[in-house]
Ligand binder design. Structure first.
Ligand code: Q46
Ligand code: ZN
Ligand code: ZN
Length: 322
């Protein structure tokens, strides 16, 4: 197998592009795809300060690496969720990545800061673990991005993730969600701009990127992910992709180009006017936001209301810089 660009030995084939690449040209292919998404969807400018949410997994670490290589100013944000060994190990991968490259990493521990961990907190609050986890992460992402003065929050959602979510939203015709399924969500009402620069790259490519560039990442999936319906959607799409290379990208990117606009009004209508949560100050449609209600139910004894933290000058122990 030869590289389509230089005819040297190829290390990966990308069937949907009908191409094979050597290490150098595969790395370039990944950077080019990210750059193309940033430009096409107007995600951010070269001078914007970017906060990238990192889990210690392949996608978020590869995204951080690519954005740094493209010359962007990027700070990592790792959230400790208290999911046993999985959290301990994933934190280690995020820290080692940051230290080895001398990159700033902000860490927030949900158990230490808010008094619950995801497995027991979700049980106490009678929520599915991923629902409690998603709510917690969104709250912390938003708070750190806004309080730290970042221009944009970037997450490592890839083509497989986004196609699977789209598949689920189409299967159940969740039109309000379809209207919001864009790789850029603009800043509004105290929420930061959110972007997904990996939407042109699949899981297999991100794993390969980490291998060829020497990024060590946590391979194990979160133990709480078992039974998540998106795993079934991903498996179904993988079967379709195997028989018809490019189907996944056509499905997702075609939706963005040709159909997403039809659902925009519906998404806008469903947005309520937001006030501020009386406890934490974050934007909320109700007096007390969903996150503060979760904290109240998830902690054995109500703790002091979580407050917005001053992220601009995060304490030294929350930054990993070597
Ligand atoms: S970390 Fe959290 Fe995921 Fe684990 S509990 Fe669910 S949402 S599966 S990205
Ligand atoms: Zn090559
Ligand atoms: Zn609140």
């Amino acid at each position: 197998m030869k590289c389509t660009v230089c005819r040297g030995p190829a290390v990966i084939d990308i069937r949907r592009h009908n191409s094979n690449f050597c290490v150098e040209h595969f790395t370039k292919f990944c950077s080019d795809q990210v750059e193309r998404s940033i430009d096409e969807f107007e995600m951010f400018s070269p001078t914007d300060r970017i906060l990238v949410a990192v889990s210690g997994g392949k996608d978020s670490l590869a995204l951080w690496d690519i954005l740094v290589r493209l010359g962007h100013d990027v700070t990592g944000l790792y959230i400790g969720l208290g999911i046993g060994d999985y959290s301990d190990q994933s934190a280690g991968f995020a820290r080692r990545f940051a230290v080895a490259r001398d990159l700033p990493l902000i860490e927030v521990s949900v158990p230490e800061e808010y008094g619950y961990d995801i497995p027991s907190g979700a049980r106490a609050a009678r929520r599915a673990p991923c629902s409690a986890c998603g709510l917690s992460k969104r709250h912390i992402f938003d708070g750190v991005a806004i309080d730290g003065g970042f221009d944009v929050l970037a997450t490592g959602h890839n083509l497989d993730d986004e196609a699977a979510v789209l598949f689920g939203n189409v299967l159940h015709w969740q039109t309000e969600y379809l209207g919001r399924q864009a790789p850029v969500l603009p800043e509004r009402d105290g929420f930061p701009r959110k972007v997904k620069p990996l939407v042109r790259l699949g899981e297999r490519e991100m794993a390969a990127y980490c291998v060829v560039t020497g990024i060590d990442y946590i391979v194990d999936e979160c133990p709480m992910a078992a039974g998540n319906r998106h795993l079934h959607y991903k498996a179904s799409l993988n079967l379709i992709e195997a028989a018809s290379p490019g189907a996944k990208a056509d499905f997702y990117l075609g939706f963005l180009r040709r159909a997403a606009g039809h659902f925009a009004d519906e998404a806008a209508e469903s947005r309520s006017t937001l006030g501020s949560c009386e406890r934490c100050g974050q934007p909320s449609p109700s007096e007390v936001c969903a996150f503060c209600r979760l904290v109240e139910r998830a902690t054995p004894q109500p703790v002091d209301a979580p407050r917005r933290r001053d992220r601009v000058d995060a304490p030294a122990d929350e930054r990993v810089t070597s």
